[in-house]
Design a protein around this ligand. Structure first.
Ligand SMILES: NC(=O)c1ccc[n+]([C@@H]2O[C@H](COP(=O)([O-])OP(=O)(O)OC[C@H]3O[C@@H](n4cnc5c(N)ncnc54)[C@H](O)[C@@H]3O)[C@@H](O)[C@H]2O)c1
Length: 308
């Protein structure tokens, strides 16, 4: 039986990853400080003997003595709300947190996955974004704390790989959605669903013509696992390449929720990316991975959660 350590286990993606690994017969240790995660995301596992949740802030070195085979470091606040609320903590979590996890990987010979983000491409000038693109990031802008935190996380991961031969991999995650997202999270899907189920106008920032591509969480988790099982050390984009405008997304959510309130247009926040779409050629070739869940299908699953 393999042991996996999941940092950020009580978060949206982390909790789905824990479920996935337990189904694959892993022994799973979850670490979380609950800054944005919630214990109830894992409450269904309270009796599961193969799972242990430890309250821990990864800016402190973890105290783990058992043999670890795989470390998934997903711990980081990730929503735009947090960029203004806790910018220093975001930077510290990537810098100190990822360093602690790399040390643990070095000492235990574990393979480690760093959850990076499409935000490393900033407001991209190249489209779709391929991994070889270095990005267009404003380091001192409002999103700089997150973008640069993740860029540092990638840099230190590669440094440990090159210097200490740590078995690392980097997932550049694009917008992901599904159940267990916090309604007040500030990201587009929870925003739209919270408004749509209470029959309010959906808030569109700017003219709504900016694009996003959205990956359903089960697809993303399968991609993280495939990357961990691979021998790749290069950053790998994981996301759904189906691109849509924010307006198109808003109309689809209104359609499936039966919401008829007209959209509400608000000023675009600074540094909001105009286009986001992954090239997933690398993931297809090296992992044999691509998303399977269509937009309407994924949104309908997500609606069940926001309707609860
Ligand atoms: N959801 C997306 O669309 C998306 C896109 C790109 C990248 N990511 C990355 O994926 C990861 C998970 O994102 P998510 O959407 O599930 O966010 P989330 O906020 O739901 O989950 C993050 C989890 O990490 C925990 N955490 C944060 N800082 C910590 C620390 N210092 N010590 C211990 N635990 C800590 C939080 O409490 C939370 O449970 C993040 O690293 C994020 O940057 C997510």
């Amino acid at each position: 039986m393999k042991t996996a350590l999941v940092c950020g286990a009580a978060g949206f993606i982390g909790s789905h990853l824990v479920d996935f690994l337990l189904q694959k017969n892993y022994h799973v240790i979850g670490l979380d400080n609950f800054v944005t995660g919630r214990k109830e995301n894992l409450s269904h596992l309270a009796e599961n003997k193969n799972f242990r949740l430890i309250e821990w802030d990864i800016t402190n070195a973890p105290n783990i003595s058992e043999k670890i085979d795989e470390i998934y470091n997903l711990a980081s606040p990730a929503s735009p709300v947090d960029f203004t609320k806790r910018p220093v903590f975001i930077l510290q979590t990537a810098a100190q947190g990822q360093t602690h996890m790399l040390e643990l990987a070095k000492n235990t010979n574990a393979r480690i996955l760093f959850a990076s983000t499409s935000e490393v491409y900033g407001d991209p000038l190249q489209h779709p974004q391929v991994e070889s693109y270095w990005g267009n990031v404003n380091p001192i802008g409002i999103r700089g704390c997150y973008d640069e935190a993740k860029r540092f996380g990638e840099a230190i991961t590669m440094a440990y790989h090159r210097l200490h031969k740590v078995n690392t991999c980097i997932a550049r995650i694009f917008n992901t959605y599904g159940s267990r997202m916090r309604p007040e999270d500030g990201r587009v899907i929870p925003n739209f669903f919270s408004q749509a189920v209470s029959k309010q106008s959906l808030s569109i920032y700017g003219d709504g013509k900016q694009t996003r591509s959205l990956c359903f969480v089960s697809d993303l988790v399968a991609g993280l696992y495939a990357l961990m099982q691979s021998t790749s050390h290069e950053p790998t984009n994981l996301g759904n390449p189906r691109e849509m405008t924010i307006l198109e997304l808003a109309d689809t959510i209104n359609k499936i929720t039966g919401n008829t309130a007209p959209h509400k247009f608000l000023p675009l926040p600074p540094d909001d990316p105009k286009q986001r779409c992954p090239s997933i050629d690398r993931a297809k070739t090296t992992l044999g991975w691509e998303p399977k869940v269509g937009l309407e299908e994924g949104l309908k699953h997500t609606l069940e959660y926001f309707n609860q």
